[in-house]
Design a protein around this ligand. Structure first.
Ligand SMILES: C[S@@+](CC[C@H](N)C(=O)[O-])C[C@H]1O[C@@H](n2cnc3c(N)ncnc32)[C@H](O)[C@@H]1O
Length: 249
């Protein structure tokens, strides 16, 4: 075990299952992470069998429980099918279910013989009965009826659990590319991470993302004045993440 300061504001290039065991018990305020979920991409652990996937989830979720502070929140992106597996893994560890955001991210290429898959799940659980932090005012959205219904909260309404944020398909400017090709196949838009970090943490809180890819969670944390701990197995992604982070003041 190492003191928490050792990990703060670092992106560690290693296997998270070997790094997290060195993070002290009850030291993390919030986990926001987008693990591999067997979509078959070329990065580590994205082609696991269902059995191996479950073992993998068991391992990282167990550690998530240990490192979170009491009533800390864990936010995990997951595919529709795998979210059912993950539900039972988290439940068994005595995490408490809070919400499941249906992230409408639009579709990329659409199938012709069935409906297109346009949403992913974002599962939100706590270590304890309720969130340690929930900054509703920081994530309110404008109501459709704001103009006509004066009874509504002028600060906006609770955003609910269906969020529309287009993914970085195609040539979106935020997508990091090399010779016209995306460097990371599943880079997440910062727009979907901002409200999650804003809602469930306060200034100087410590946010862990052990599958950080190009550093999206860390960039958001740095912009919002949160401390981050990022872990990523692939050096190519870590190098890009560090370079992007160096551009944030
Ligand atoms: C779905 S991607 C995360 C993308 C990230 N949200 C972004 O915006 O760039 C999952 C990442 O986990 C990494 N990974 C897989 N297994 C890992 C492990 N055991 N330890 C650390 N990183 C791992 C992969 O290399 C991949 O970059």
């Amino acid at each position: 075990m190492k003191p928490i300061e050792y990990f703060e504001n670092r992106i560690i290039n290693y296997d998270c299952l070997k790094v997290i065991p060195h993070i002290p018990n009850g030291s993390i305020d919030l986990i926001v992470t987008d693990p591999p979920y067997s979509l078959g991409y070329e990065f580590a652990n994205d082609k696991l069998s269902y059995e191996k996937q479950k073992e993998f989830m068991d391992c990282y979720c167990k550690e998530f429980y240990r490192v979170l502070k009491p009533n800390g929140t864990v936010v995990i992106f997951m595919s529709q099918e795998m979210s059912h597996y993950l539900y039972f893994v988290l439940k068994q560890l005595t995490f408490v279910w809070q919400n499941e955001i249906v992230w409408n991210r639009d579709g990329g290429q659409m199938p012709t013989k069935k409906l297109g898959v346009c949403h992913e799940m974002i599962m939100i659980w706590t270590k304890g009965e309720q969130h340690k932090t929930f900054n509703l005012d920081d994530i309110r959205v404008q109501s459709k009826y704001a103009e006509t219904d004066k009874r509504l909260n002028p600060k906006g309404k609770n955003p609910g659990d269906v969020w529309y944020v287009p993914a970085l398909f195609g040539k979106k400017i935020e997508r990091i590319t090399e010779n016209g090709k995306a460097i990371h196949p599943t880079q997440k838009p910062k727009e979907i991470i901002y409200p999650l970090v804003s809602a469930y943490s306060v200034l100087n809180d410590i946010v862990l993302d052990p599958f950080i890819g190009l550093g999206t969670t860390a960039i958001v944390c740095k912009n919002l004045g949160r401390k981050y701990i990022g872990i990523e197995k692939d050096k190519k992604y870590v190098d890009v993440a560090l370079s992007l982070l160096s551009e944030v003041n």
